[in-house]
Ligand binder design. Structure first.
Ligand code: ADP
Length: 407
């Protein structure tokens, strides 16, 4: 576990640090955008206010010019006509201001504290609410755009990181499983070979009673079976991976075939060792199957039920129909599986726990092969367990077929 935790926790730290830096960077960028749009709004408002001051100046200048255009009293001709200059009316002044400065409006009372009053006190100059609102809207649009762009950027990059992280985790996991597999296979090959060597030496070098010889023959046979099973599994996995695991599907009635496979396994593992109970539906259930490959499936599941349960074992094999399918369930009351491990048990080389803590021999290939074979039959296999210590069940679903025509 220590080996596995190291690269994964390093990955996690790198992933978290990069994510935090990225979020800070994007947060900073959004803040910058908000500040920038605030400054833009301020500058534009100031420009509008400058326009209002210019309008005031223009109006004042018009008034003053009109007043100063009064004729000089020393050059009077004695006539009173034409002495008083005609002051522009408020409507004319309003017209002139609005033509030159469309953002400015004349109002009877100030709308803002800094609204200037015209020279003759006739009205106040204020900014129209339209352009101000437009500026405010523009600012919020800019802020909204910056926030959504930032959020999208964070989401896209984090999504990429999560994919990358998962890929890396899978690779680290696979490498570790492969390493465990190599040591497990070495161990699995060495143990029966060493045992066979001891028994052969004993048989050749010692005088033994017939009964002892028979017992040793039985043990040697078990070692050979163990080797045979391992090599068979390795070859099948290699074939499955290279795509050359070819199955020859023929109509198979499951009940009698299953009884034979179960009895064979019961005999191999030691009569009664599995505590086997076979529950078979009375209906004839037929499938298209490669009986040898499907036999490997049941044997692997029963072998696991034996390996991962303590004595006295209780193993149940049930066969039943389910609509257009056939259900084959191998369940035990052994170690069970945690929810975390359930989806991984069919992965290549997967074994629960750490190699050091695993007391049971195995390579992590059996269930991978089970799945490969079942899927090639057009079926599906699922593992279920109520948790560690509560046993497990493996359910195989195969497409059902009609019994073949007689003759
Ligand atoms: P192996 O048994 O050679 O290790 P398998 O592919 O058959 O490989 O099983 C993968 C892992 O799934 C096993 O190492 C074991 O931890 C777990 N497992 C399989 N079958 C059972 C079971 N019936 N009960 C509990 N755990 C199981």
């Amino acid at each position: 576990m220590a080996n596995r935790a190291q690269p994964l926790s390093l990955q996690r730290i790198v992933f978290l640090s990069v994510s935090v830096v990225l979020c800070l960077q994007v947060g900073w960028w959004i803040r910058l955008q908000i500040r920038e749009s605030g400054r833009l709004l301020e500058v534009s408002t100031r420009a509008l206010k400058a326009g209002r001051a210019q309008a005031w100046q223009m109006d004042s200048l018009t008034l003053l010019t009109t007043l100063h255009s009064q004729p000089d009293p020393s050059s009077r001709t004695g006539s009173v006509e034409g002495r008083h200059p005609t002051m522009p009316s408020l409507a004319e002044r309003r017209q002139a201001i609005q033509t030159a400065f469309p953002q400015v409006e004349l109002v009877p009372r100030p709308m803002a504290p800094d609204d200037p009053v015209l020279l003759d006190g006739a009205a106040y100059l204020t900014l129209r609410p339209g352009p101000l609102k437009e500026l405010e809207d523009q600012r919020w649009h800019a802020v909204f755009r910056a926030s959504t762009e930032g959020a999208f950027m964070v989401f896209a990059v984090l999504f990429g990181f999560v994919l990358l992280y998962r890929k890396l985790s899978e690779e680290v996991d696979l490498k570790l499983r492969q390493r465990n597999f190599t040591s497990a296979v070495t161990h699995e090959l060495k143990t029966p070979i060493a045992s066979l060597r001891v028994w052969t030496e004993t048989l050749f070098t010692r005088e033994l009673a017939q009964e002892q010889r028979q017992r040793i023959h039985g043990l040697m046979e078990k070692d050979l079976e163990r080797l045979n099973e391992l090599v068979g599994n390795l070859l099948d996995v290699a074939r499955a991976e290279s795509g050359s695991l070819v199955l020859h599907l023929t109509p198979l009635e499951l009940a009698p075939w299953l009884k034979g496979v179960c009895e064979g396994m019961d005999h191999r593992l030691g009569p009664g060792a599995l505590g086997l109970r076979l529950e078979v539906s009375p209906d004839p259930l037929w499938v298209d199957a490669d009986s040898k490959a499907l036999g490997t499936v049941i044997e692997n599941l029963l072998s696991n039920a034996y390996k991962y349960a303590a004595e006295p074992r209780k193993t149940t094999v049930t066969l039943d129909g389910d609509g257009d399918d056939v259900l084959l369930v191998v369940s035990d009351q052994g170690h069970g599986l945690s929810a975390k491990d359930l989806p991984r048990v069919f992965h290549r080389f997967f074994r629960v726990g750490d190699e050091m803590t695993r007391q049971v021999a195995g390579t992590g290939l059996g269930l991978f092969l089970v799945k490969e074979i079942v899927v090639r039959h057009g079926g599906d296999v699922r593992a279920s367990s109520r948790g560690v210590g509560f046993g497990s069940a493996f359910t195989i679903r195969l497409p059902r077929r009609n019994p073949p025509e007689e003759g």
